[in-house]
Design a protein around this ligand. Structure first.
Ligand code: ATP
Length: 406
C-alpha cells in the first residue's frame, strides 16, 4: 500500500493524468482499509463489552465464594425487636441480635434463619419449607420419561399404574367402591432393570413431581438427622403434590431390626420408625404416592411390608429374551443403524440388565464414531457386547444379579 505513489529520480511520471489516477487509486485503497479498520474496531469493542460483563460476573462469583458460610438455626423466642433466642443446627441455644432490615412480622418462633458465623446475629430469613439436608433428594417437576421408554415390563407397568396412577388421577373410583387405595408399592429386583425408569414414567403420566431419595442418604451418623430428613422429605412431597416419592435402596434404612446393635444402628432404626410413622399418617398425603425400591428384599423389616404400608411388592427381574428384544428395540430406535439383527443380539446378551443393554448400544455408537461412520452396524454391536462381557467378567468378584434373582 502506498508504494504506487513512490517515485525515484530517474523514474519521472509519463503524464500528470497518469499520476492523478495512481493517486486516486491509492486514496480509494486507503479509504477501504480505513473502513475495514473501523469495522474491526466496532467488532473488537463489542467483544470487549462482552468480556467486561463476563469479568463482572466472574468477580461476583469469586466474591460469593469468598463469603464465609452462614449457620442455619431456628428462632425459639423473639425477646424484642433487637434480640432473639435461636437454636443453631447443632442444638446449642444462643441469645443473638437481629438484623434491623428483617421484617419483624416474619420473625416468629420456629422460623428457619441464617446466622453470622462470628456474631451469630440473624442475617437472613430462610423461608423455604425444607432444609438443605433434603437436597440429597433429586426433584424433577415432570420427568420426561414415558411408558413407551419402559420396555419389556408390561405386567409390572400395569400393576404400578393400578396402584399409583389410578388413585392419583381417579380417586373417586376408590371413594365410590369404598376402599382405600394403596399407599405405595415396593419394586424389587437387581440394579439397572428399570425401577427408577418405571417410577419416573408414572410421575410423568400423572403430572406429578418426582422426588427421588436414596436410602443411604437417610442413614445419617448424627442423632435425629435421618428422622428429620424423612419428615422433611414428606413435607416437601406434600408441598409439591401431586408427587411421587421414589425411595431407592430402602434396605439402607429398612433392614430387619436386631437386638444388641450399635448406636449407629439404633439411629438407622429411629429413621425407619419415622418412615413408618409418615406412612401411617397418610391421610393428609392424599396426592403423595410412594414407590420404594430395593435389590435386597430378603433383609427388609416385616413392618414395612404390613398391610397399609408397602402392601404391593412388584418384581422387576433381569429381562428375559422377549424383554431384552423390547429394550434393545427402544434404545436402537433413536440411533442411526444399518442391518441390525436384534434376534442375534438377544441371544448374545443373556443375563444382561436393561442398563447393560443401553450401555451396549452407547458403546456400539462409540465404535462407529471412532471409525468415522455415522451409522451403527451389527458388528459394532457385537464388538460392544464383547467389551461389556469383559467388564462383566472383571466384576465377577461380586455376586451376579442373575444368581441372586434366578
Ligand atoms: P438401581 O437399582 O441401580 O437404581 P434401576 O432398576 O432403578 O437401578 P434404572 O435406573 O431404571 O435402573 O435403569 C438404568 C437405565 O437402564 C435406564 O435409564 C434405561 O436407560 C436403562 N433401562 C433399564 N431397564 C430398562 C427397560 N426396562 N427399558 C428400557 N430401558 C431400560
Amino acid at each position: 500500500m502506498g508504494t504506487d505513489v513512490e517515485r525515484t529520480d530517474g523514474d519521472l511520471p509519463n503524464t500528470a493524468e497518469e499520476d492523478l489516477q495512481t493517486l486516486e487509486k491509492s486514496y480509494a485503497e486507503l479509504r477501504d482499509e480505513t473502513q475495514q479498520l473501523i469495522n474491526e474496531r466496532t467488532t473488537l469493542e463489542a467483544e470487549m463489552r462482552t468480556l467486561r460483563k463476563r469479568i463482572e460476573r466472574l468477580d461476583e462469583n469469586v466474591n460469593l465464594l469468598k463469603m464465609p458460610p452462614l449457620i442455619v438455626g431456628h428462632i425459639q423466642d423473639v425477646l424484642d425487636h433487637e434480640r432473639a433466642i435461636v437454636r443453631s443446627s447443632n442444638g446449642t441455644v444462643f441469645q443473638v441480635s437481629l438484623n434491623q432490615r428483617l421484617d419483624p412480622e416474619l420473625l416468629k418462633p420456629g422460623t428457619r434463619v441464617a446466622l453470622n458465623q462470628d456474631s451469630l446475629s440473624v442475617v437472613e430469613l430462610l423461608t423455604e419449607a425444607w432444609d438443605p439436608m433434603v437436597s440429597g433428594a433429586e426433584m424433577v417437576e415432570k420427568p420426561d420419561i414415558s411408558y413407551d421408554d419402559v420396555a419389556g415390563l408390561d405386567e409390572q407397568v400395569e400393576s404400578v399404574r393400578e396402584a399409583i396412577e389410578l388413585p392419583l388421577i381417579k380417586p373417586e373410583l376408590f371413594e365410590k367402591v369404598g376402599i382405600v387405595p394403596p399407599k405405595g408399592v415396593l419394586l424389587v429386583g437387581p440394579p439397572g432393570c428399570g425401577k427408577t425408569l418405571l417410577a419416573k414414567a408414572v410421575a410423568n403420566h400423572t403430572d406429578a413431581t418426582f422426588i427421588r431419595m436414596v436410602g443411604s442418604e437417610l442413614a445419617q451418623k448424627y442423632i435425629g438427622e435421618g428422622g428429620r430428613m424423612v419428615r422433611e422429605l414428606f413435607s416437601l412431597a406434600k408441598e409439591k403434590s401431586p408427587s411421587v416419592i421414589f425411595l431407592d435402596e430402602i434396605d439402607a434404612i429398612g433392614a430387619k431390626r436386631l437386638d444388641g446393635s450399635t448406636s449407629g444402628d439404633r439411629e438407622v432404626q429411629r429413621t425407619l420408625m419415622q418412615l413408618l410413622a409418615e406412612l401411617d399418617g397418610f391421610d393428609a398425603l392424599k396426592d403423595v404416592k410412594i414407590i420404594a425400591a430395593t435389590n435386597r428384599p430378603d433383609i427388609l423389616d416385616d413392618a414395612l411390608l404390613r398391610p397399609g404400608r408397602f402392601d404391593r411388592v412388584i418384581e422387576i427381574p433381569i429381562p428375559d429374551d422377549a424383554s431384552r428384544k423390547a429394550i434393545l428395540g427402544v434404545h436402537l430406535s433413536s440411533m442411526n443403524t444399518k442391518k441390525i439383527s436384534i434376534g442375534r443380539l438377544v441371544e448374545r446378551t443373556k443375563g444382561y440388565s436393561g442398563a447393560e443393554l443401553k450401555a451396549t448400544c452407547v458403546e456400539a455408537g462409540m465404535v462407529a464414531i471412532r471409525d468415522g461412520r455415522s451409522s451403527v452396524t451389527q458388528s459394532d454391536m457385537l464388538d460392544a457386547i464383547a467389551r461389556l462381557d469383559k467388564k462383566r467378567s472383571q466384576a465377577s468378584t461380586s455376586v451376579s444379579p442373575e444368581a441372586l434373582y434366578s
